[in-house]
Write a protein that binds this ligand. Structure first.
Ligand code: PLP
Length: 398
């Protein structure tokens, strides 16, 4: 008889967004006249940049012509996109080899799939609060997970604790949900800790394009020594509105080596290549051409216009909270605003208050980990009008 993976039995139901959706549906059914503003979801709302659409159309047309039709592509992505990324990284001082870059259908898949190349006996260090995928994908493997607490004391940027022994470390900067971003000096401490312990950092840079403070790192590879201890996962979802188009990339340095139980030295780059060529058949040609267009000067200009729109939304929300004396993190260098619930309310209590009194939907911080209790995530991805109206409601009622 087939036995199932028992680790799924200990996974908690993915309760956060379904619970939010239920509560909002119940509220709208009871009060159809109320205009609800949604600052809860982490999905983009602006359309793809025109150069991206043109590149997709051109690539689609090529697929309809015998001479330019493409079948299976390289599992790790086409050279043209690797070259575009090599140039992009050079823009912030990082030298990459084409063979260090792996194109994927997004950072969520890579976050989950990368677990394949690590032994299940590893101890996993996960920030709390954080993007829930790191936790759940490792619970699915039955791994031991240790949490590092984010709090106002550390600015929601947990730092290495020499008394904690970890093998795999997840870092997300700028962070979802807190919007907090590590400085180069802070990342250097993590790189030193990882190198000293033989650990590997899985660095999620999905929000790097939101960074406007030029002193902050856009990539962990801006930190000396990171190529010996880190893998970087990134995505075009938020950078270029690819949440529905699906394209991301993972950088596994050629120098990154670790041993098997028996002491055999293995290249993580070669392992990831083997994993991808075995279990993945690549991202569609059309999507990779669209992604290539993102990295052209015009593509960057157009995508940055969209990012500026979201950032202005974040600024408006942040300014209103500041006026009300509400503590918050993020809002700059990030599309997320992580606010403390007023009047010492718990996260879900504040969710209900916001929905019922202001008809605004956000995301309870406790859904991102127990350290998120008493905190709340607002996003900058709504339209300008809706954001301005939400801000007015905050000003009047909070
Ligand atoms: N990493 C973080 C921190 C995210 O917040 C998200 C999406 O919300 C992802 C990864 C997933 O991105 P993708 O759409 O590329 O799968």
């Amino acid at each position: 008889m087939a036995r199932v993976n028992e680790n799924f039995a200990v996974l908690e139901d993915s309760y956060l967004f379904s619970q939010v959706a239920h509560k909002v549906a119940d509220f709208s059914a009871a009060h159809p006249e109320k205009k609800i503003i949604r600052l809860g979801i982490g999905d983009v709302t602006l359309p793809l940049a025109p150069v991206v659409v043109t590149a997709m159309q051109k690539a689609a047309a090529e697929m309809g012509v015998k001479e330019t039709f493409r079948g299976y592509g390289p599992e790790q992505g086409y050279d043209f996109l690797h070259e575009a990324l090599v140039k992009y990284y050079a823009g912030f001082g990082v030298t990459l080899e084409s063979s260090e870059i792996f194109i994927s259908d997004g950072a969520k898949s890579d976050c989950g799939n990368i677990t394949d190349i690590f032994d299940d006996a590893n101890v996993i260090l996960v920030p709390d609060p954080v993007y829930p995928v790191y936790l759940d994908t490792n619970i699915m493997r039955g791994r031991k997970i240790v949490f590092m607490e984010g709090s106002p004391e550390n600015g929601f940027l947990p730092m290495p604790d020499p008394t904690v022994k970890a093998d795999i470390i997840y870092l997300c900067s700028p962070n979802n949900p807190t919007g907090a971003a590590y400085s180069k000096a802070q990342l250097k401490e993590w790189v030193t800790y990882a190198c000293q312990n033989g650990a590997v950092i899985l660095y999620d840079a999905a929000y790097e394009a939101f960074i406007e403070d030029e002193t902050l790192p856009r990539s962990i590879f801006q930190i000396e020594g990171a190529k010996e201890c880190a893998i970087e996962l990134c995505s075009l979802s938020k950078t270029a509105g690819f949440t529905g188009t699906r394209c991301g990339y993972t950088v596994v340095p050629l120098r990154l080596m670790r041993k098997t139980k028996n002491g055999k030295e293995m290249s993580l780059n070669k392992m990831w290549l083997r994993r991808q060529t075995t279990k993945f058949n690549g991202v569609p040609y059309i999507v990779q051409r669209a992604a290539e267009a993102v990295f052209t000067p015009e593509g960057q200009r157009q995508c940055r216009e969209n990012l500026a729109y979201y950032k202005e939304n974040a600024r408006l929300i942040g300014a209103a909270l500041q006026e009300k004396g509400i503590t918050y993190y993020g809002g700059t260098n990030s599309p997320y605003i992580w606010m403390q619930c007023p009047r010492q309310m718990k996260s879900w209590e504040f969710f209900d208050f916001l929905l019922e009194e202001l008809n605004i939907v956000g995301t309870p911080g406790s859904g991102f980990g127990s350290s998120g209790e008493g905190w709340f995530r607002l996003t900058a991805f709504a339209g300008r009008k809706a954001t301005e109206e939400a801000v007015e409601r905050f000003r009047k009622l909070l």
